[in-house]
Design a protein around this ligand. Structure first.
Ligand SMILES: C[S@@+](CC[C@H](N)C(=O)[O-])C[C@H]1O[C@@H](n2cnc3c(N)ncnc32)[C@H](O)[C@@H]1O
Length: 303
């Protein structure tokens, strides 16, 4: 099921998710693979709190990392995946077809900063690593509130940026490289994504939700790591390098040179050959309820 009719242009979103970045889908899929156990734990916790879940709205779905984890967890559920990038939704639909789940998945291309398309009442809204991208997250939370049935739940998941991967001493110079790069990325994102790293509890309360639970997941994946972790590390570092070098202020040339050696597929220092990678990621999750006494969603279509 597809609906590309909604306007999906967004001037505020970073260009990194656009079709010109063909590796976005791969990076999101590798993230799903590498952090699979974490997602299983997270959805198990969510299921304890959510109550009956038959219809789910995944906002900023990307390639469906959350969508597929939720379809596995809630065996009777169907999902509406909403994202502004049609190429990511195409990828998501292809995966749904491969899994034999095309009847359980509908994709809608839409800009969450604008009026949301009518999708019918849902039991669960899932927003993973998407809220901080929005120019107007307060608007999005109000729309999510409207889409939910009374008593329905919203799960907001946010990450502390790209995962940390490298040891401090790389053995090829420039100790502390990753910390410096992350600090620089944080500095630059502070201007373009002011909601990155926000405490979402007050925003959820302001939209009418009751925050029922909050949990911080500190993930640390130590060696030996699966083969996918090396590819994830390489792609993640390439994105970090490109993100830091295409903007006005160039990266320190010595740091850049070491980063290039780490991602050079033909070189001896490529991160794929390292056995000392440890993947660290922090994920914060807020579970917020639309009060049972709230009026039902004013959406007559899509059900
Ligand atoms: C970091 S990715 C997260 C994808 C997925 N939720 C996950 O956890 O893997 C952020 C997603 O939000 C989408 N996005 C960003 N701004 C958006 C907007 N204004 N409207 C719709 N989608 C948006 C991007 O296209 C991208 O797919």
């Amino acid at each position: 099921m597809t609906d590309h009719s909604h306007d999906h242009h967004n001037r505020h979103a970073p260009p990194s998710f656009g079709p010109e970045n063909g590796d976005t889908a791969l990076l999101l899929d590798l993230d799903a693979e590498v952090f699979h156990e974490h997602l299983t734990e997270l959805t198990a916790w969510l299921a304890e709190i959510a109550g009956g879940v038959r219809r789910i709205l995944d906002v900023g779905s990307g390639t469906g990392t959350g969508s597929f984890a939720l379809l596995r967890r809630f065996a009777d559920a169907e999902i509406i995946a909403l994202d502004m990038e049609p190429h990511l939704l195409t990828h998501l639909r292809d995966k749904a077809r491969d899994l034999g789940w095309e009847d359980r998945v509908r994709t809608v291309a839409a800009d969450l900063d604008k009026a949301w398309p009518a999708v019918g009442e849902v039991d669960l809204v899932w927003a993973s690593a998407s809220l901080h991208h929005l120019a107007d997250p307060a608007h999005a939370l109000r729309q999510a509130f409207t889409a939910l049935r009374p008593g329905g739940l919203l799960a907001a998941v946010e990450r502390d940026g790209p995962p940390r991967l490298l040891p401090d001493d790389l053995g090829i110079g420039r100790p502390g490289l990753e910390n410096r790069c992350r600090a620089e990325l944080d500095r630059r994102h502070a201007a373009t994504m002011p909601h990155r790293g926000a405490d979402w509890a007050p925003h959820l309360t302001a939209a009418g939700f009751t925050v029922e639970a909050y949990r911080k997941f500190e993930i640390e994946l130590r060696p030996p790591l699966p083969e996918a972790a090396g590819r994830y590390a390489q792609l993640s570092l390439r994105r970090l390098r490109n993100g830091l070098t295409t903007l006005e202020a160039p990266l320190d040339p010595d740091d850049l040179s070491v980063l290039d050696r780490l991602i050079d597929s033909d070189g001896p220092h490529n991160v794929l050959h390292r056995h000392d990678l440890t993947l660290r990621s922090q994920r914060d999750v807020w579970l917020a309820r639309k009060p049972a006494s709230a009026p039902a969603a004013d959406q007559s279509t899509g059900r």
